[in-house]
Design a protein around this ligand. Structure first.
Ligand code: NAD
Length: 264
């Protein structure tokens, strides 16, 4: 097991990648604290406990620094110092072109996706420095480097996470702390499964691996980055996307896609 004796805190763990990853980390031996704005996160904690690990949950909004201090404090009281922080919670507040994107949607995406991670890191970094060991894993997105049509605030917030990640590394690598960013492509959460079939098929056709990723595959990458084995990986941007971030727009790739789907 990769994570025996470690205490993990993962945000956005009521469902999707966060929930699946919490269970992967528990199977690797970690005690797991789970946080979410949704009370359903309690069920994830119960599933962790059913695997024989210590579990704790807290319901709070990561964009609110006072709530973060309270919620992380609650988890720490039950599990002890946080060794591994996974900043997974994230939102798309609106889908619209720049002209129609509201200031409110822009600000909400920045404050949850980017400031939320900052707020969480500030709450856990002190004990990590004292213990001379820590892992911080930020779930960014392929949108961070490629942009995303009609999701300007989301893409900007995910790009901001890369700057945050690298600066934590610069400031804290000497303290035995690593901070890395994961850039998922299309991962098969409940929401992605609910996409209309035609849109899902078109998306799959643009992925060199010709399939959507599994939530547990992201969990496996988190588990490795959280372990002692990944001690020298720091400030990195790691894609998990079946090759989606590569040059799929080139003529050769487009022709090959057309042959495999017939209609693109
Ligand atoms: P999801 O919507 O299924 O889960 C996100 C969780 O975060 C939810 O449980 C939600 O309640 C929680 N959350 C939202 N706002 C919060 C807040 N203010 N405070 C606390 N919790 C909050 O999403 P997912 O697909 O599992 O995505 C997880 C992460 O992975 C996100 O950061 C997302 O941007 C990123 N990502 C996902 C994909 C994908 O294909 N699914 C691709 C790239 C990046």
């Amino acid at each position: 097991m990769l994570l025996e004796g470690k205490v993990v805190l993962i945000s956005g763990a009521a469902r999707g990648i966060g929930r699946a990853s919490a269970l992967v980390l528990a199977r690797e031996g970690a005690d797991v604290g789970v946080a979410d704005i949704l009370p359903e996160v309690e069920e994830t904690a119960r599933a962790v406990a059913a695997l024989g690990r210590r579990a704790a949950w807290a319901v709070f909004d990561i964009s609110n620094p006072a709530e973060v201090a309270r919620g992380v404090g609650q988890i720490r009281e039950q599990l002890g110092d946080i060794d591994v922080l996974v900043n997974n919670a994230g939102i798309v507040a609106n889908i619209a072109r720049l002209e129609k994107m509201t200031h409110e949607a822009w600000q909400r995406e920045i404050s949850v996706n980017l400031s939320g991670a900052f707020n969480m890191i500030k709450e856990v970094i002190g004990p990590m420095v004292r213990n001379k060991w820590g892992r911080i894993i930020n779930i960014s997105s392929g949108a961070a480097t490629g942009g995303l049509h009609k999701q300007i605030g989301y893409a900007a917030s995910k790009a901001g996470l890369l700057g945050l990640t690298k600066t934590v590394t610069l400031e804290h690598a000497r303290d035995g702390i690593t901070c890395n960013a994961i850039l998922p492509g299309l991962i098969g959460t409940e929401l992605v499964q609910m996409m209309p079939e035609e849109i899902r098929e078109r998306a799959v056709a643009s992925i060199p691996a010709r399939r959507i990723g599994r939530t547990e595959e992201v969990g496996d990458l988190i588990a490795f980055l959280a372990s002692d084995r990944a001690a020298y990986i720091n400030g990195a941007e790691i894609r998990i996307d079946g090759g989606m971030g590569l040059n799929v727009g080139s003529l050769g790739s487009r022709r090959e896609m057309k042959e495999s789907t017939g209609d693109l």
